[in-house]
Design a protein around this ligand. Structure first.
Ligand code: GLN
Length: 210
């Protein structure tokens, strides 16, 4: 089996947690990966998948622009963004500050700080949209200054995988495009489970084979 080339963007945020969850996911799925942290445009070369940790999307955007990384990142076939990472991937962002540019690759809209400030952070179990994609079981997953997903383009292949039980709001979304796989979460599954990372590796591998 070909070794998947996976990177974790390591400019800011929950980098180590994503490294741990990705390694665990590779072990569980038996998908061979080569995993490296990425801080420069040169380090993006040859990557098939990139994880975008949470943090602060404004800061991440400025660092990515400064390092000329936004354009080359758009060519990576697999992207998995949690929280600020999803904000970077979304085509529409409410609450962007001036100069905040993103990748504009995923056909979703998000509202940056829709759940409030840090003290409004919370944990919740997630509701899978289908028993087959019950990724988190009964685990309570943290939402930290989380964005809300406000728009989903189903015609573009975006699908909701999990919602917040209380409100029905989408919290895990995927998008399958020819030769590409995008995954975004408003919460932080990397703190509790490798299941969402397992889905990312499996679907990315399938997308690259198709
Ligand atoms: N709402 C934050 C932002 O705009 C993201 C918070 C997070 O990644 N935990 O970047």
């Amino acid at each position: 089996m070909a070794v998947l080339q996976i990177g974790v963007l390591a400019l800011q945020g929950g980098v180590q947690e994503h490294i741990n969850a990705t390694r665990a996911a590779a072990d569980k799925t038996k998908i061979p990966i080569s995993l490296r942290t990425v801080r420069t445009a040169n380090e993006l070369a040859g990557l098939q998948g990139l994880l975008l940790p949470g943090g602060e999307s404004t800061t991440l955007s400025l660092l990515l622009q400064k390092n000329s990384m936004l354009e080359p990142m758009k060519n990576i076939p697999g992207l998995f963004g949690t929280c600020a990472g999803l904000i970077l991937m979304a085509k529409e962002v409410e609450g962007r500050v001036q100069g905040q540019e993103g990748l504009d690759v995923m056909d979703v809209g998000v509202n940056r700080n829709a759940y409030g400030v840090q003290i409004h952070s919370f944990e919740s179990a997630l509701q899978a949209t289908d028993e087959k994609n019950n990724l988190t079981g009964r685990l309570r997953i943290p939402f930290i200054r989380a964005p809300k997903i406000t728009k989903i383009d189903e015609n573009a292949g975006v699908k909701v995988l999990a919602t917040l039980p209380k409100t029905g709001e989408p919290v895990i979304v995927e998008q399958r495009l020819a030769g590409r796989f995008y995954l975004g979460t408003t919460c932080h599954p990397e703190l509790k489970t490798s299941k969402v990372h397992e889905l990312f590796l499996k679907e990315l591998q399938a997308a690259l084979r198709a």
